[in-house]
Design a protein around this ligand. Structure first.
Ligand code: RVP
Length: 497
């Protein structure tokens, strides 16, 4: 007969936090959201500390380089997905590692022999009014000049005329070598009254454009997550099938952290792959998962995992529980694994952080996950809503939505994540759908952070370790859950500006 695990499988909606005493110095401005990312000696600092406890899901619909850049600039970490060729994933790692704040890779580029009509169309498509003129019309061709919307107008100039007739040739364009820093570039923009400063490499090939409008950009992001060379940090998902090829290429490209991504990480496959990774690349942290109980946590920690992801079946796009009848309520899973993590720390002196992955439907769910013991969270649906996520933005009668689909859906066909006995998916474990569009990540995350800090203040905690150690949780009855919501007719605010 099967063993019956004690306790009910519970989810975040079933809990609330009780306020603790708040001291005078405990204010939102004083709250520190730093979180350990990787295994370390208990009591010492983790080699990589997130500055805000957020990571993005290892999913096609979530973790583009744009999203990873935006998230690292907020102090979190993006995990680029692995459901594609090694070369494509490597290119995305490079795109994040090569990102220089204020230095943009030009997306509006022409050859001198292109027509003004073509240039106009391109500017309309990209929405940018400055184009680089390069020998091959790419963002990395030899710089031959610049042409802006001030140099020509479709009603004044013949659409068939060539770009070369209106461009400012490179000899007359102020430009710089690419090793210039942002403050120096900004100084030139102001002193020489420039709108744009192109940078080139030693053979004159275009590298970046620096615009005056990006001047204040850096000040918006005081908590960026960067490596020792001041480059943004980035993570990458890997799988237990091609890791011997994928990991070396990702490490070579400069990836900061790896994560074995499996819907069920409690397997000898994953233990073997972790052992291989730690043997060949001991200096590169590698996470494991997903698991939902203490036994599985200890198994992966013993195999060398540097952090462990928690969650099976709770993802917003996930139908694993419907399809296979496995999984566990996310709150129960986090509480159980956190207890095992603490026991592991007491037994071995090693602290192996855990990540609550999936099923965070409200901002307060993040706070609950952190209170229950998660060191940081991973989110898919949440990030898929923002401009920086790769899903298409689609207009509907009720406003814009963004596409969001699971890795176990037929659309993603990520058979490496879902071991169903062979290449390809035999049945779906995820759905393909939409999430409400939420604009820019910076603004959205700021609201979430504000709510987490406000709750921590109510609970009298100024850092996450204290929050975990002192939080008091209560289970809610169905009746008291109803009481959480407004009980008057709510005035309609949609449509007000
Ligand atoms: P959510 O944040 O609730 O959208 O969940 C995202 C998580 O769901 C991912 O990090 C992953 O663990 C899981 N996932 C991804 N695809 C699927 C699926 O197709 N079932 N599930």
């Amino acid at each position: 007969m099967a063993q019956l695990v004690e306790g009910i499988s519970r989810t975040f909606n079933e809990f609330l936090l009780l306020p603790n005493r708040t001291s005078l110095e405990c204010t939102p401005a004083a709250v520190d959201l730093r979180a350990p990312l990787v295994r370390h000696v208990a009591g010492e600092a983790s080699a990589i500390e997130l500055r805000t406890p957020f990571t993005s899901a290892i999913m096609q619909a979530v973790s583009s380089p744009e999203l990873a850049i935006a998230l690292a600039r907020e102090g979190g970490l993006g995990f680029l997905h692995h459901n594609r060729s090694v070369e494509d994933q490597v290119a995305d790692v490079r795109a994040v590692k090569n990102f220089k704040a204020g230095f943009v890779v030009s997306d509006t580029n022409v050859r001198p022999t292109d027509t003004l009509g073509h240039l106009w169309e391109l500017m309309e498509r990209t929405g940018h009014t400055t184009a680089a003129v390069t020998d091959d019309g790419t963002a990395s061709g030899r710089l031959l000049g610049l042409v802006t919307s001030r140099d020509f107008h479709p009603q004044r100039h013949d659409a068939a005329a060539l770009v070369s007739t209106r461009m400012v040739p490179v000899e007359k364009v102020a430009h710089s070598s690419d090793d210039i820093g942002l403050s120096e570039a900004n100084a030139r923009l102001w002193e020489e009254r420039l709108d744009c400063l192109p940078t080139v490499d030693e053979s004159g090939r275009l590298r970046h454009l620096v615009f005056r409008s990006d001047y204040t950009d850096n000040k918006r992001f005081p908590t960026q997550l960067v490596d020792d060379g001041k480059r943004l940090r980035v993570g990458a998902g890997v799988n237990t099938h091609d890791y011997r090829d994928r990991i070396p290429a990702l490490v070579e490209a400069g990836v900061d952290v790896l994560a074995f991504d499996s819907s069920d990480g409690f397997s000898d496959w994953q233990a073997e792959a972790l052992t291989w990774a730690k043997k060949h690349y001991p200096e590169v942290p590698v996470g494991g998962g997903n698991v939902v109980d203490g036994e599985a946590f200890t198994f992966l920690a013993d195999a060398g995992a540097d952090f462990i992801k928690v969650g099976v079946g709770g993802g917003s796009i996930c139908i694993t529980r419907d399809q296979k009848g496995i999984g566990r309520g996310q709150a129960s899973a986090v509480l159980d694994v956190a207890a095992a993590r603490d026991a592991y720390r007491d037994n071995t002196g090693q602290y192996v952080p855990i990540c609550s992955d999936g099923g965070l439907l409200h901002d307060y769910h993040v706070t609950l996950a952190l209170a229950m013991g998660a060191d940081f969270v991973m989110m898919g649906r949440y990030f898929a809503r923002f401009d920086q996520a790769p899903g298409a933005k689609v207009p509907t009668r009720d406003g814009f939505v963004k596409e969001y689909w699971g890795e176990g859906s037929s659309r993603a066909r990520n058979w490496q994540r879902y071991g169903q006995g062979g290449r390809g998916l035999l049945f779906e474990e995820g759905v393909d759908g939409y999430v409400p569009y939420a604009g820019d990540l910076h603004e959205g995350l700021a609201t979430t952070i504000a709510k987490i800090k406000a709750t921590m203040v109510s609970c009298g905690a100024m850092d996450l370790a204290t929050f975990k150690a002192t939080a008091r949780l209560t289970l809610v009855s169905e009746q008291s859950f109803q009481e959480s919501h407004a009980t008057v007719t709510v005035r309609e605010t949609a449509g007000l500006d």
